[in-house]
Design a protein around this ligand. Structure first.
Ligand code: PLP
Length: 458
């Protein structure tokens, strides 16, 4: 097996979905109607949808079969116990609280622990964690290592927390910090992993200051695979064992099962502290549902449980990481600057550097994302000044990077789809100097990237 270079998908296609082919003229019209915001497009008008890897993957035969076992009892459904066992097999926290997706777990946790004046450090907060922290009146602080903010810098664990900076923050403002968050892998920082050594150091600091440590664990399996393949001494350990060690270093986790539950919906909050769990369950009942289903149907709980069994498979993870790197390597070979090394679930194009003639406040990431769609029907996602540039006090400033994320839905696209993406991106990059910026003509108070409307500049 090892001597062959071609990456093969470790699955066969069992059911197919049509892709509607469109022309550039069709896409120009769609863009104008969408206010040049790719979130506003009708998905039928997208050829290759790399907007997100969240909830967009293909479920397996065994997950569809598990759905038939879904039991919809309001309380104490057998499907709940199947789910609970699968979650605790990987993450043996005492309390597991099911939610409809990751951000519901975040909202519940941060509402219970944070408020005006508090401060939550993380490597990098994902947009929903930042928004949920800030919604309580608290401040979200990003403390990723310096290498994690420089797209071209090579480091095996660019998602690591800057431990000295965390220690300093806790010394200066420890009383204001209710918890520390580590995102694995670090999505907003380029899908970069966090090492076990770094997690152990963060744990040590949290112990010193008596602070709980929570994982934002959406992509735990990719993070564990990177640990296995990059961290000294980890190569011979089963992925499952590494995942359990990651969990053992934390006091709890928030999770979006739309990533590594391999499901289309779902999430959970898990933790050890009895008092906080009780408070969180009360909040759960208020808006999500009863404690044995949260915001989910019994059939969803079954699909997630089966997904969790599949996701720690070496063949799947090897293919996943290799096929993402295949896209990244081809883009870099074509002279397109990308965040390196490549993350697990996405390739991040460095739009600020490719479109250096577009100032950050004219959104180079938006410009590149729009052009990939206009030229080839590929939908990516701006992760930069549009997403992070507006601050709670109303001011606007450039984000630390202007990236376009091409996220790869799990088990969904084949290598020829990826080859098409490479061809289109090469064409767009060759025309980079002719691309222009955008201005925002309408935006909501928070999370503006989802619904803002734009206009081309010039
Ligand atoms: C790192 C990270 N945390 C949290 C979330 C939120 O999860 P959900 O979309 O299920 O609410 C996401 C979603 O993309 C994410 O990538």
């Amino acid at each position: 097996m090892d001597r062959w270079q071609t990456i093969i998908e470790p699955f066969r296609i069992h059911a197919v979905e049509p892709i509607r082919l469109t022309t550039e003229a069709d896409r120009e019209r769609s863009l104008e109607a969408a206010g040049w915001n790719l979130f506003n497009l009708h998905a039928d008008d997208v050829l290759i949808d790399l907007l997100t890897d969240s909830g967009t993957g293909a479920m397996s035969r065994d997950q569809w079969a598990a759905i038939q076992h879904g039991d919809e009892s309001y309380a104490g459904s057998p499907s709940w116990y199947v789910f609970l066992e699968a979650v605790q097999d990987l993450f043996p926290f005492r309390h597991v609280i099911p939610t409809h997706q990751g951000r519901a777990a975040e909202r519940i946790l941060f509402s219970a622990l944070c408020g005006p004046g508090s401060c939550v450090p993380a490597n990098t907060h994902f947009d929903t964690t930042r928004a949920n922290v800030e919604y309580t009146g608290a401040e979200a602080v990003d403390l990723v290592i310096r290498e994690g903010t420089v797209p071209s810098m090579i480091h095996p664990f660019k998602g690591n927390v800057d431990v000295a900076a965390l220690e300093q923050l806790l010394e200066d403002r420890g009383d204001a910090v209710p918890l520390v968050v580590v995102t694995v892998t670090n999505n907003s920082g380029g899908g970069q992993p966090v090492s076990l050594a770094n997690l152990r150091d963060v744990r040590r600091v949290c112990d010193r200051f008596a602070k709980p440590l929570f994982l934002d664990a959406c992509r735990f399996a990719e993070n564990a695979w990177f640990i296995k393949t990059r961290e000294p001494g980890q190569a011979d350990r089963p992925v499952k064992e590494i995942v359990r060690e990651m969990a053992s270093l934390a006091d709890g986790m928030t999770m979006s099962a739309k990533k590594y539950g391999l499901a289309n919906i779902g999430g959970w909050l898990a933790l050890n502290d009895d008092a906080i769990a009780e408070q969180c369950r009360s909040l759960l009942i208020l808006t999500e549902g009863f404690v044995t289903y949260g915001g989910l149907a019994g059939r969803d709980l079954e699909a997630i449980a089966q997904g969790l069994r599949e996701v720690v498979d070496d063949d799947y993870l090897r293919y996943r990481i290799r096929s993402t790197a295949y896209l990244g390597e081809a883009l870099v070979a074509a002279g397109i600057p990308c965040v390196q090394p490549f993350g697990g679930h996405a390739v991040y194009l460095d739009a600020r550097s490719l479109l250096a003639h577009i100032p950050p406040l004219e959104y180079p990431g938006q410009s590149l994302a729009v052009e990939l769609y206009r030229a080839g029907g590929i939908r990516g996602c701006e992760i930069g000044t549009v997403m992070f540039g507006r601050h709670p006090d109303g001011s606007e400033a450039p984000a630390s990077m202007d990236l376009v994320r091409l996220a790869i839905p799990r088990r969904t696209y084949t290598q020829s789809h990826v080859d098409y993406v490479i061809e289109v991106a090469r064409d767009v990059a060759a025309r980079a100097p002719s691309l222009h910026g955008y201005r925002i003509v309408k935006e909501p108070a928070a999370l503006r990237h989802f619904s803002a409307r734009f206009e081309p500049v010039g």
